[in-house]
Structures are given as C-alpha cells and as structure tokens.
Design a protein around this ligand. Structure first.
Ligand SMILES: NC(=O)c1ccc[n+]([C@@H]2O[C@H](COP(=O)([O-])OP(=O)(O)OC[C@H]3O[C@@H](n4cnc5c(N)ncnc54)[C@H](O)[C@@H]3O)[C@@H](O)[C@H]2O)c1
Ligand SMILES: CC(C)[C@H](C(=O)O)[C@@H](O)C(=O)O
Ligand SMILES: [Mg+2]
Length: 363
C-alpha cells in the first residue's frame, strides 16, 4: 500500500490526553514537512467529557469514521467523577480494542538515554523489553458481564485458541524482528500463572506449539508473581513478554516506572486489520491543566504508528520518519531536557520545542 497520504483518526480524549495530543500533532506536522509522508488528521470527539455532554463516550458515527482511517491515534480517556449509572468508569478504549479486534497490546519499555532512572544499577540503562498484552479477552472478557450479588461477585477469565495463537505468533515475529535490529538473540517469555490455573497451563501448550515454527527464537515461561520481582531485580534480562490482559495492564505500569514513569511509555493496540496507537498512561487528573504533562510517550506512540504504516507497505519514508522521532527524543534528553515527572522543570511545550529542534537539526 504505497500511498501518497494517510488518513489518521485522532481521538485526544480527556485530561492530559488532549494536552499530549496537541503536542504530538505539532510534532507530526514538522515530521511531515521533513519526511514528506503525507499525513492528514481527522480529530474525533470521544471519552468521558463527550459522554457528559452528549450521553455517549463513542458515538456510532465516531466509531465508523475511526474504523475507516488508515491508523488511529488516541490520547487518553476517562475521568474519575464521570461514571455509568452502575458506578463503573467509562472505557471506550476497551470498546475500540474489542470491536476492532486489537488483540496485541504492544507496550515497549526502553530506557531513554539521559532520563534519570529509579534503579541505580548501571545495567538499568540497557532496559529494553516489550510487554505484549493480550487486549481483547483474558480477565477483561467478562467486563460488564460479571455477576454480583449481595454475598458474592464473580468475573470470568477466558482465553481462546485463535487469539492465543495469534498472540503467540505476534510475540515470536516481534522477537525475531528485534533480534534482527539489535543483533542479540530473541527470546519470548510467556508470563502466566500456570502453577495454579489450568487456563495458563493450556496457554503454555499453545505457545510451545507455535514456538516450533521459530526454532531460532528462544522461548520460556515465567510465573507472573516472580516476573513482578524480576522486572525490578533484573529488567535488562528480558526481551518479549506476552501475557494475559490483566497481567499486562499491571506489569506495563510497573515497566513504565522502571524508565521514569508513565510519560515515557508508548503503546500500540494491533489487530490484523487495524492499528491504534496511544501512550500507556491515562488522563492524569492530578496534573491535568498544569502544562506539565510529559508528551514523550505520545510522541513515541506516533513513531510506532509510522513504523506500522511502513511495515504494512507504506514505504521507507515512514520508517525513516519513525526513526527520526525516536532519535530526536533521545537527542533532546541526552542534551539535558528534564521533565517534571523525573525531577526537572520542562513542561509539555518545552519538551515539544526541544524534540522539534532536535528533529530539525538532525543530519
Ligand atoms: N489509555 C487510557 O486512556 C487510560 C489509561 C490509564 C488510565 N486511564 C484513565 O485515566 C484516569 C486516571 O487514571 P490514573 O490516575 O489511574 O492513571 P494515569 O496514568 O492517568 O496517572 C498515573 C500517574 O502517572 C502520572 N502521569 C501519567 N501520565 C503522565 C504524563 N504523560 N506525564 C507526567 N505524569 C504522568 C499521573 O500524574 C499520575 O500520578 C482514569 O479515569 C483511568 O481510567 C485511561
Ligand atoms: C483505562 C483502562 C480501561 C485501560 C485498561 O485497563 O486497559 C488502561 O489502564 C490501559 O492500560 O490502557
Ligand atoms: Mg493500564
């Protein structure tokens, strides 16, 4: 699909989602001038404040428009006080994942050179792994269908063969791709709780079968509780970590903590036909409106979007643009940029200016 222009559906959402998206669109316009990738943006309203004003957090019209785009860029959605009648928070992100079958939640955790890290071990600078969060089933399968009585409450975890096999193939392809780029051997480590639940023992058999088709990629499994320990103790040892939905939700925030916080953690929700890109963080009500949200995670999510469009046949310019964003982010932080979340004073606008300057001055 070598196209001259790409239609990007943009859903800024709520709180700092809007702030980091404004910054990302400023960056992408400069990227477009420099690399000539031909991006056009159609901004759509969705999220908690849309719900408050219109009664829906994701209208059918917005969904259809979003589903027709070449790629989707999302800020963050949700707001603590804005709830459904049953008290649950709104989550149109989950609706999008389920309706577009975005089963592969790719959440890279990479230490950005120059950003202060919480672990003092010098090996922390080498942290570079990917959480691959299954994003349509697992424990989220029973969302809105859990049974609650006055005496008990029950939710259901479901893993299906088609999704588990697709997730496994995505994990091995990703490890293979990363090995090709880094020169290090690839390794897929399934994160589960197979010592207690049959569902995870079964998941191991599905992964072991898929692994046979990738003999050059290493493969093992790790219990989720031990993985929580080892991600703090030796995170530099891991490569690609596929896991069930809820485990991935939790461990991806832990991973973000290892590299400076949520403001540095990008993500992509990928299916076979659609790709949605968003920072892993939420709407951050505690800092919204203060101008200090770190837009780096959203910048890096936009880079993932350009790379995905490139891999789907969009050509080298998109790949170069993705690399250009990553290099500019690294250069800006190496040059001393310090965001408020890592003890500095640079706000959203300063970070955006610094990254744009680095992009413009790159050879
Ligand atoms: N993908 C999404 O849209 C998404 C993800 C997570 C949470 N949420 C929603 O967001 C709302 C707030 O959730 P929460 O507070 O648990 O999680 P959060 O990710 O919004 O915030 C957690 C902490 O990280 C900080 N933080 C997050 N992003 C940051 C950034 N870019 N720069 C600097 N600091 C940042 C916040 O200030 C806060 O201290 C809830 O309604 C939740 O449901 C949405
Ligand atoms: C806001 C919430 C519905 C969402 C999730 O649980 O998936 C978020 O925590 C995330 O990690 O993207
Ligand atoms: Mg989460």
């Amino acid at each position: 699909m070598l196209a001259n222009s790409y239609d990007i559906a943009v859903l800024p959402g709520d709180g700092i989602g809007v702030e980091v998206m404004d910054a990302t669109l400023d960056l992408l316009r400069v990227v477009d001038q420099r690399y000539g990738v031909g991006l056009s943006f159609s901004v759509q309203r969705a999220g908690a404040f849309a719900y408050k004003e219109t009664g829906t957090d994701l209208s059918d019209e917005t969904f259809e428009r979003t589903a027709r785009a070449d790629a989707i860029l999302l800020g963050a959605m949700g707001w603590p006080g804005i709830r459904h009648a049953d008290g649950t928070e709104l989550s149109p992100q989950i609706t999008l994942r389920q309706r577009l079958n975005l089963y592969g939640g790719v959440r890279p955790i990479r230490a950005i050179p120059g950003v202060p890290l919480p672990l003092s071990d010098p090996r922390a600078a080498k942290i570079d792994f990917v959480i691959l969060r299954e994003s349509t089933e697992g424990l989220f399968f029973s969302k809105d269908q859990g049974m609650v009585s006055s005496d008990w409450a029950e939710e259901t975890l479901r893993l299906t063969r088609p999704t588990t096999e697709r997730l496994a193939r995505m994990a091995f392809r990703l490890a293979d791709h990363r090995a090709g780029q880094s020169g290090r051997p690839g390794r897929v480590t399934l994160v589960d709780k197979a010592n207690v639940f049959r569902a995870f023992a079964w998941m191991r058999t599905v992964f072991a079968k898929v692994a046979e088709s990738y003999p050059h990629v290493g493969h093992d499994a790790h219990y989720v509780d031990a993985m929580a320990l080892d991600l703090v103790r030796r995170p530099w040892d891991f490569d690609v970590l596929p896991m069930e939905n809820m485990f991935g939700d939790i461990l991806s925030d832990l991973g973000a903590g290892l590299i400076g916080g949520m403001g540095f953690a990008p993500s992509a929700d990928l299916g076979d036909t659609h790709g949605l890109f968003q920072p892993s963080h939420g709407t951050a009500p505690d800092i919204a409106g203060k101008g200090i949200a770190n837009p780096t995670a959203c910048f890096l999510s936009a880079a993932m979007m350009l790379e995905w469009l490139s891999v789907r046949g969009g050509g080298q310019r998109l790949a170069d643009a993705a690399l250009g964003i990553r290099a500019a982010v690294d250069a800006a932080f190496m040059d001393g940029l310090r965001t408020a979340d890592v003890g500095g004073s640079a706000g959203t606008v300063q970070v955006t200016r610094a990254v744009i300057t680095a992009l413009r001055s790159a050879p």
